[in-house]
Design a protein around this ligand. Structure first.
Ligand code: PHE
Length: 331
């Protein structure tokens, strides 16, 4: 190997390298483990040849490093000018969660009643049979008292089957006038189907004051229904029965899908039943120590899932508990 020729060849190759790949190849060819220079260095027996070859190696390394730096800069310049970043471009949207439809409706109903001057009170999901049944005037032997209908934790403790026990707890805790709503989960031993789930939500309303009449109840529910389902809805009240209201009524709203002409949602009747209500049975006032001669009141208890499926035409109530984001995202 002639060091001078080698140096000339190497420097020529360095000068000819026009990319980082090229310069890598040049480095391997002239300085790699199998390069002529490395092999020659290994064979060196005298000091002078060693110094000459080492000096050559250093010159080649310097030349290759310098060329590599140049090429890097060229590459960077190219990137900067060609791959310009537009900082004003919108980024990739990051999906954000939102409130569950039931929570939205819960807050909406709370807002409606806060606007009417009501207070929102909490109830208890675990209740005693006293508040869930006796205090609500359920007779002994009423079917709801059966463990076939109600989830018992022990003989006297149940998962509440409705939000109505909060009526009793509220009246025990304060004197009239009472204007409250109480919303939350309820539990019944129902087999899930398109219109039942064992866990569901209710809104309970209670108003007790002097001179409260059935007309006040109907006016309040009419306002609630129109706010939930649209100003142009008509409302109707039919009879019903609950142990804790007398008289008891069922609220109906003209179908918001077909506006009363008949469709599957209203089962071709033009009307949709939304939930129960009635005038507080005077027995309840006696239980809690209110004067039934002085005070009257109304109460209502509606399912939030029912409001949701009616309003959005969701064919199966169980969907609200499956929590499939493809469904929930739509609301
Ligand atoms: N608690 C009743 C139910 O679950 C609804 C209701 C509440 C009816 C208040 C009248 C008064 O069906």
């Amino acid at each position: 190997m002639d060091p001078e020729t080698l140096e000339k060849d190497a420097l020529a190759a360095v000068a000819a390298a026009s990319s980082l790949d090229d310069i890598d190849r040049v480095r391997v060819e002239f300085l790699g483990r199998k390069s002529a220079l490395k092999l020659a260095l290994r064979e060196v027996r005298d000091r002078e040849t060693g110094m000459t070859l080492n000096a050559l190696r250093e010159r080649l390394e310097t030349a290759i490093d310098a060329r590599e730096n140049d090429l890097r800069r060229v590459e960077l310049d190219r990137q900067v000018s060609e791959e310009r970043v537009d900082v004003t471009m919108p980024g990739t949207p990051f999906p954000r969660g939102h409130l569950h439809l039931i929570t939205q409706i819960r807050r909406e109903v709370e807002d409606i009643f806060l606007g009417l001057g009501y207070t929102v009170v909490d109830g208890r999901e675990v209740e005693t049979t006293h508040y869930n049944f006796d205090g609500l005037n359920f007779p002994q032997g009423h079917p709801t008292r059966s463990p076939l209908h109600t989830l018992f934790l022990d003989q006297q403790t149940v998962l509440r089957t409705e939000t109505s026990p909060s009526q009793i707890r509220t009246m025990e805790a304060q004197e009239p006038p009472v204007y409250i709503v109480s919303l939350g989960r309820c539990y019944r031993r129902d087999t899930p189907d398109a219109t039942h789930t064992p866990t569901f939500h209710q809104v309970e309303g209670l108003a007790v004051d002097e001179g409260i009449s059935l007309a006040d109840l109907e006016g309040t529910l009419d306002y609630l229904l129109k706010t939930l389902f649209g100003e142009e809805r008509r409302t109707q009240f039919t009879t019903n029965y609950f142990p804790f209201t007398e008289p008891s009524i069922e609220a109906r709203v003209s179908c918001h899908i077909c506006d009363g002409s008949g469709c599957p949602v209203c089962r071709h009747s033009g009307w949709i039943e939304v939930g129960g209500a009635g005038m507080v049975d005077p027995n309840l006032f006696e239980f809690v120590g209110y004067d039934p001669e002085r005070y009257t009141g109304f109460a209502f208890g509606w399912g939030l899932e029912r409001i949701a499926v009616l309003r959005h035409g969701i064919p199966d109530l169980r969907e609200l508990w499956r929590n499939d984001p493809r469904l929930l995202r739509q609301f």
